[in-house]
Ligand binder design. Structure first.
Ligand SMILES: Nc1ncnc2c1ncn2[C@@H]1O[C@H](COP(=O)(O)OP(=O)(O)O)[C@@H](O)[C@H]1O
Ligand SMILES: [Mg+2]
Length: 203
């Protein structure tokens, strides 16, 4: 079982969006995927309630419950657990980082997001030897923002080779409890999410 924490201090960076999309992608490729939602706002849990299928376990929990829930997930045969966290609660971010095999830090290519990621990187460093990477999310379809962000982040942590662009499909899919792969299976968003998931299976 692989545990991937989605962490960053900045709200709106795409933690919940990527958590649910990666979970669906994993499921579609045969993994047994679950999401543990540590954010009191419970975006992932609410998405699951809007979802017509119950092919994914999505559990809202407090940070202190995380170790026990991960043991249970393993016992129940989960192969991938995504841990979604709150934008600012250090407790949930810390718990998620401690329990994770891999920490994914979504970051929009804006100065504000790049700056906010420093606090998250500090938390990852304090956890000692955790595997982690940034993933650029909400990248404009044109322009050089992604390249500039890559340069700014390059010496800090690895950056996922796959960029997630800003596309209405992501918010449309979330609104009705689906993923872009279910909304537009051959669309550009579906392709990039599959590519991100495939990369994640190899790190
Ligand atoms: N790549 C994207 N393209 C378009 N909208 C996005 C994208 N990523 C996130 N969003 C939208 O941005 C908002 C914030 O994303 P969310 O995943 O909730 O962030 P976080 O969980 O980090 O606070 C949501 O409304 C979501 O639909
Ligand atoms: Mg969220």
């Amino acid at each position: 079982m692989k545990t991937v924490a989605l962490v960053t201090q900045k709200g709106g960076s795409g933690k919940s969006t990527l958590a649910v999309h990666l979970a669906v992608s994993a499921r579609r490729q045969g993994a047994v995927a679950a999401i543990i939602d540590l954010d009191p706002q419970a975006s992932a849990r609410l998405w699951a309630q809007r979802r017509a299928k119950d092919d994914l376990a999505v559990v809202a929990a407090r940070p202190a419950e995380l170790p026990r829930l991960l043991v249970e997930a393993r016992q129940q045969g989960a192969t991938l657990v995504l841990v979604d966290t709150a934008g600012h609660a250090d407790v949930s971010a810390d718990a998620a980082i401690q329990s994770a095999d891999f920490v994914l830090i979504p970051c929009r290519p804006t100065l504000y997001d790049l700056g906010a990621s420093a606090a998250t990187v500090d938390m990852v460093r304090r956890a000692g030897g955790k595997k982690a990477a940034f993933v650029l999310n909400g990248v404009p379809p044109t322009g050089s923002r992604a390249d500039e962000a890559r340069q700014a982040l390059a010496d800090i942590l690895p950056i996922a080779p796959v960029e997630i662009h800003s596309r209405v499909a992501y918010s449309d899919a979330l609104n009705d409890g689906r993923s872009v792969e279910e909304l537009e299976p051959h669309g550009k968003a579906a392709m990039e999410i599959q590519a991100l998931y495939n990369w994640l299976t190899k790190v």
